[in-house]
Design a binder for this molecule. Structure first.
Ligand code: GUN
Ligand code: ZN
Length: 648
């Protein structure tokens, strides 16, 4: 029972219902030792920080004293935690010791018996770089156990939710196969397994590729857990690639070795001891000086370091959630990936998969696009602009450069902007930006420093290819001043209303369709803001069709506008189709829930303005989709379309 509340990149703020508890993702489960005597950080502090922990069912099973308590009083009582308790199955012990003493179904049954909220199947964590034959064989066994575990759960009506772990070693096709096969089974959460050895060696690039390849083949409506990733430095990237859950034993393991976690990497107490205070303000670091902790006995020192480690771990999760809410997750990822060159390697490999990632990245964000380096050139916002540029039906193209001194949006600051000519400005980051759409997010909402020459080279082949492809339509390629001369001499002859022309092109870009046809072009008028002079409303015969939203300049339809879109855009484009059951709710303007979606435009991206229709393509409502095309079909919980208005 998982729904998306907010999103950025492939990251999502989700609500996950587990038994009677709701937890918000992304989040991290601290690893708690089933033996309370071996627990380093007091459970009271853990309770303050989180609603969900993970502990180990195999240690519980194989330690008679713990087993007895767990069987009699339940796992919650054993660990002293009354909210969500997740357990691992002993697979990790299997990967470390090579053998464990329990049968695959026995441990699933045991987890149910001791009242675990989310249990884990006994998967086989195949290490990196093994022979393919071994990886295949072990994956086969993991899949057999997965099917048997799900069958057992169904047959015996188990209450617990189940983790179905993705394996496949470092073979990406095996990871995809694993995700494909596991996705067919009804697991509740999909952890990505056997990445610990990669993380320990800082092989983040391979971890990133494993995450993406797994995500490509998993159902979108289930949360994904990155097993054994406990370093806060890696969270932002993992969340941006679609991981929802993490677990951390690192907070305690690192503390035992005098290591002090930060979101930028690991420090050593040894090297901090001469600072007058710690570079952190958590309760531990604001109470003690480094030297004080350094001089404590090992047990006390470890506990305090572990507490600090836990505080910064949760702090980073909060920072990531905030970045998702404000639409600045890529900026945070780019920042974090500069903390270690191996993380930068991981960020750089992500561009190979941008075509896939772009499908999940929101079309509009509250924060401006900040350029942080060469990698920013490959961001989904840039790729999407290039894809959507081809939606425009060009007539007469004039390609130009605009002086650096002119602020964005150019169309606010250059005298004459368009007539019936497609004036395209060469842009170092976005490639080519038509003046008539240059107010759209992120074409105006960006901060880009003066680029190096090699960065400016990046888009040259792209521009060249565009020119080659459109050579029949290109009037000229020159400076903007030259265009003004041209405009004064030639294009004044045209009779088209430049505002209507602009709206026509904006709608082509936003909806991929010609809404303002030859019949409408002479009837469309606009209203401008008295203060900024920008277009605020698009009108037809005294009725408002669209308003232009101030922060991203997207065209937001009114009822009249939605009807016009419905008439002009062919089915199923820009449609979310709902079943009969909810037709009346939609007409009343109520939100559309994912469960009732029966079809949609599969190319939809999150936060697009869409039409809600019934199976006969009658317009019921219009609003903003929170899900992309794939998710609209796969999600069963939560809101799919935030409806602006119903149509009676
Ligand atoms: N903890 C860390 N890695 C793994 C894994 O691959 N499988 C399971 N079950 N637990 C893990
Ligand atoms: Zn601290």
């Amino acid at each position: 029972m998982f729904e998306i509340k907010d999103r950025d990149a492939m990251g999502r703020i989700g609500k996950l219902k587990i038994n009677n508890h709701k937890i918000e993702t992304p989040t991290i489960m601290p690893v708690v030792h089933p033996n309370p005597k071996r627990q380093i950080v007091p459970i009271e502090l853990i309770k303050k920080l989180t609603d969900v922990i993970i502990t180990n069912s195999y240690i519980t099973y194989s330690t008679p004293k713990l087993k007895k308590i767990a069987e009699e009083k339940g796992i919650h009582e054993l660990v002293g935690f009354d909210k969500v308790v997740v357990t691992d199955s002993g697979s990790f012990q299997l990967s470390v010791y090579g053998d464990i003493d329990v049968e695959p179904l026995e441990i699933v049954e045991f987890q149910e018996k001791i009242g675990v909220d989310v249990g884990t199947m006994l998967d086989i964590p195949t290490p990196p770089d093994v022979e393919r034959e071994r990886a295949e064989k072990e994956l086969g066994e993991t899949l057999r156990r997965a099917r048997a575990s799900i069958e057992l759960k169904k047959e015996k009506n188990f209450k617990l939710l189940l983790n179905g772990t993705i394996q496949g070693s470092t073979y990406l096709d095996l990871r995809r196969k694993s995700a494909e096969e596991m996705g067919k089974l009804d697991f509740d959460i999909y952890p990505i397994g056997a990445v610990v050895p990669l993380m320990e060696e800082y092989r983040y690039k391979e971890v990133a590729e494993i995450i993406i390849n797994t995500k490509m083949c998993l159902p979108t409506n289930k949360p994904v857990h990155l097993f054994g990733c406990g370093h806060p430095m890696a969270f932002a990237l993992a969340v941006a690639l679609g991981c929802d859950l993490f677990d951390s034993a690192a907070y305690a393991l690192y503390a035992k070795e005098g290591r002090y976690l930060t979101e930028r990497g690991t420090l050593h107490l040894e090297n901090l001891k001469d600072l007058d205070r710690f570079p952190c303000s958590c309760p531990v670091c604001s109470t003690y000086k480094p030297k004080e902790i350094y001089k404590m006995d090992k047990k006390e020192r470890t506990r305090l370091l572990a507490e600090h480690n836990l505080y910064v771990t949760f702090e980073e999760i909060s920072r990531i959630k905030n970045a998702i809410k404000e639409g600045s997750l890529w900026e945070l990822v780019e920042e974090r990936c500069r903390c270690h060159p191996k993380l930068l390697d991981a960020l750089r490999v992500v561009r190979k998969y941008m075509d896939f990632i772009e499908k999940f990245d929101p079309v509009t964000k509250k924060s401006a696009f900040f350029y942080s380096g060469y990698e920013s050139l490959f961001r989904p916002e840039v790729l999407r602009h290039k894809k959507r540029l081809s939606r425009i039906r060009f007539d007469k193209i004039y390609i130009t450069t605009v002086s650096k001194k002119v602020e964005k949006p150019y169309s606010d600051n250059v005298n004459i902007m368009h007539s019936d000519v497609d004036v395209l400005v060469i842009d170092d980051v976005f490639g080519l930006v038509p003046l008539y759409i240059d107010t759209f997010y992120p074409l105006a909402q960006n901060e880009i420093p003066e680029l190096f020459e090699f960065e400016k080279e990046h888009n040259k082949p792209y521009v060249k290819e565009f020119i080659e492809k459109h050579k029949d339509k290109i009037l000229d390629i020159n400076t903007y001043n030259y265009y003004i001369n041209y405009y004064n001499s030639e294009a004044n002859k045209n009779k088209i209303n430049p505002d209507a022309f602009r709206i026509k092109k904006m709608l082509q870009y936003q909806y991929g369709c010609d809404i303002v046809d030859d019949e409408l072009i002479n009837k469309i008028i606009v209203k401008r803001s008295k203060t900024t002079g920008r277009i605020r409303y698009v009108m037809l015969n005294d009725k408002t069709l669209f308003s232009i939203r101030s922060y991203d300049n997207l065209l937001i339809p009114t009822e009249e506008g939605a009807k016009l879109l419905h008439k002009k855009i062919p089915y199923p484009k820009y449609r979310v189709v709902v079943n009969k059951e909810v037709e009346e709710f939609a007409r009343e303007g109520k939100s559309v829930y994912a469960k009732f979606v029966v079809d949609c435009d599969e190319e939809l991206r999150p936060y697009e303005e869409v039409l809600v229709v019934n199976e006969d393509d009658e317009l019921l409502a219009f609003g903003t989709t929170l899900l992309n095309g794939k998710e609209l079909m796969e999600f069963n919980y939560g809101i799919a379309v935030d409806v602006r208005k119903g149509i009676k």
